[in-house]
Ligand binder design. Structure first.
Ligand code: ATP
Ligand code: MG
Length: 305
């Protein structure tokens, strides 16, 4: 049973995976903005993009990467390239297309008896650098089972963002099943909670019924967080286009407005830049959500002690 022993209890403290089997439910946006707020509050934060799509680059505005450096670090067990100070207190290990090859690589290695699984590779890369951070958030792809289960294998908590449609709720159920499967080898793994994302501003009744279904599905194992992220397409499109977090976009919108007013007073043609005014609403929601998630992580940590 040596093999089994080698692959249990690989959880790294304060590592949190964001996951849902469904695409487009706010995993990446939440990693970027919760990470951004935690860093703003003074925590030392590392974000790891395990998605071949590499979308985290869009939300944070750094140059999109190939993912090859992370892939190489994983297969050789060496230190990954870390983009440091992407924001103050915020570092990133970028993802990208090369991570698509992980699945195939793991299949080809499966026959070898010295080979661990993807969780072991990820552990070898993250464990030596984890000490330097107060919080590590893992962004996962919607499919790619190997990557998602590997992320769970090294995490102490999972946060599941979901939209309120049935397909997204099915995604929650799928991810909960994966969570249960991985828990057998990583008993430290806890479900931190579910985030309702992209909720229509006038659909209180729908929100209440979705909360109810989710809470039944979770059967009191974990909360549905009180903060829900409103559906605000233009503000989120602006944020991605500019590579800004919501609180930064709020600042940029205020600055742009000041510039326009100044031009107006001077009788000049105002600058073209218009930003959706709702960035501030999203900034506020993510600030609250970050607080809720961090409090929940503290609770999980004290229960684990
Ligand atoms: N508050 C919001 N309201 C509406 N749309 C939003 C909001 N925030 C972000 N979006 C947009 O929703 C889309 C999906 O978000 P995101 O990329 O975070 O989801 P994801 O779960 O990471 O997707 P994938 O599964 O493809 O990785 C993106 O285009 C994003 O810009
Ligand atoms: Mg994503």
């Amino acid at each position: 049973m040596a093999e089994r022993e080698a692959s249990t209890s690989k959880a790294i403290e304060r590592v949190v995976a964001l996951a849902n089997g469904k695409g487009g439910v706010g995993k990446t946006t939440t990693v970027a903005n919760v990470g951004g707020y935690a860093a703003l509050a003074g925590a030392k934060v590392l974000l790891v993009d395990l998605d071949p799509q590499g979308d985290l680059a869009r939300d944070l505005g750094y140059e999109p990467q190939t993912g090859q450096e992370l892939f190489n670090a994983l297969i050789t067990g060496t230190a990954p390239r870390v983009l440091t100070e992407v924001r103050e207190n915020l570092d990133v290990i970028p993802g990208g297309q090369a991570l698509e090859d992980i699945q195939g690589l793991m299949v080809s290695r499966a026959g070898r008896n010295d080979a661990g699984d993807f969780g072991d590779l990820l552990y070898a890369v993250l464990a030596p650098i984890a000490e330097a951070y107060d919080l590590i958030l893992l962004d996962t792809p919607p499919g790619e089972r190997t990557l998602v289960e590997g992320a769970f294998a090294v995490s102490t908590a999972v946060v599941i963002p979901t939209r309120s449609d049935d397909a997204s709720l099915d995604g929650v159920e799928r991810v909960a099943r994966r969570f249960m499967a991985v828990r057998e080898r990583n008993p430290a793994l806890q479900l931190a909670g579910v985030v309702l994302f992209g909720v229509g501003p006038r659909s209180l009744r729908l929100e209440r019924s979705v909360r109810h279904s989710l809470q039944e599905m979770l059967s009191d194992v974990a909360p549905v967080f009180n903060t829900r992220i409103r559906n605000l397409e233009s503000a989120s499109a602006d944020a991605r286009k500019k590579g800004l977090l919501f609180y930064e976009l709020e600042g940029a919108a205020t600055d742009a407005q000041k510039q326009r007013l100044k031009a107006l007073r001077a009788g000049e043609k105002p600058a073209e830049e218009f930003f959706a005014r709702s960035a501030g609403d999203l900034a506020e929601e993510y600030e609250q959500l970050t607080g809720e998630i961090l409090r929940r992580l503290n609770q999980i940590e004290s229960e684990n002690l």
